[in-house]
Design a protein around this ligand. Structure first.
Ligand SMILES: [Zn+2]
Length: 313
């Protein structure tokens, strides 16, 4: 069924799919496969099985017609798991889809203490690259024979447990904790850098202009030196960005392009002041300037044409 169907409209999230089977294997203290759990789940939103899923899993609508609903199945799964459990999964997909189903069926997940993506531990311990390796690849790597049904929830869980038995899980989990901490610090730094924007090379304030035009007529403001070699920069056209903000590109034959931003302010002394900031222009800034300056030209030309045609707004 198309996910645009109206039955999805009242759901709090966009549901990508429904859980049709939960399979899990507990790990013993020595990381060998222990107690097993398996249950089929009857879907309620997606009523028709996608042929690819049917082919891959061998599960069709008939098999699920007598299955219990998600709420019932999930509570039995929780009973099996017990308190303070950590889920070890191959990849991130299981987490995403289970969380979506939990939300749609308004269930609790605070009893799940953590999720570990075993692919990362596998990559760290096999000197694999960062690409996602399939469970099949990991099984082959460790010489694990396929004794269960592949693409069956319990079969995959069992094979995943066997892969755990072959890895050094104690150091893997310790490294995993370090790695997620490192990744979240990196992510925060990236976000902060993106929010702060580029570092200006020069920031100057010019004061005491009687009006706006006087500011741009003053060479102090508009004759700009290269911050590296003091050569006079060649300026492109000033582009008015609105809100008393202007920008232009300036270039030094030896040191490349710089972006200049000017913000005019009307002061308490009833004069104008200009804030001028200079950045080393990266490709993004150059193309940003070019886009803005051509937009502006097109609009001006159109306005002129319209005026010539005697049109008024
Ligand atoms: Zn220069």
């Amino acid at each position: 069924m198309s996910s645009h169907s109206s039955v999805f409209n009242h759901l709090p999230i966009r549901l990508r799919g429904e859980v049709i089977e939960i399979g899990a294997v507990k790990l013993n203290d020595d990381w060998t496969p222990g107690e097993e759990f398996q249950i089929y789940v009857k879907p309620v939103y997606f009523r028709k099985m996608h042929y690819k899923v049917k082919k891959l899993t061998g599960i069709d609508g008939n098999k699920l017609s007598d299955a219990c609903g998600f709420v019932d199945a999930f509570s039995r799964f929780r009973e099996f798991c017990g308190d303070a459990c950590t889920f070890l999964t191959w990849g991130y997909d299981d987490k995403g889809i289970l969380e979506q189903n939990i939300i749609v069926h308004d269930q609790d997940w605070d009893w799940i203490s953590g999720w570990i993506n075993l692919q990362l531990i596998y990559n760290m311990q096999t000197e694999g690259d960062k690409n996602q390796k399939s469970l099949q690849t990991a099984m082959e790597h460790f010489g694990i024979e396929q004794t269960r049904v592949a693409h069956d929830a319990l079969g995959d869980a069992y094979n995943t447990a066997l892969v755990c038995s072959h890895m050094d899980m104690e150091s893997g989990l310790a490294d995993y904790a370090d790695m997620s901490k490192r990744l979240s610090i990196q992510r925060r730094k990236r976000v902060e850098a993106a929010e702060a924007g580029p570092e200006p090379l020069e920031h100057l304030v010019f004061e005491g202009f009687p009006n706006r035009n006087a500011a741009f007529a003053d060479e102090a403001l508009t004759e700009i030196e290269c911050p590296n070699c003091s050569a006079a920069l060649t300026l492109s056209r000033w582009v008015n960005q609105g809100d008393r903000r202007y920008m232009t590109l300036a270039s030094c034959p030896e040191h490349g392009d710089f972006l200049i931003r000017v913000k005019l302010k009307y002061t308490d002394e009833e004069t104008w002041s200009a804030n001028r900031i200079l950045y080393a222009a990266d490709e993004g800034m150059v193309s940003f300037y070019k886009t803005k300056s051509t937009q502006r030209r097109k609009r001006t030309r159109r306005r002129k044409r319209e005026k010539a045609a005697g049109r008024t707004d």
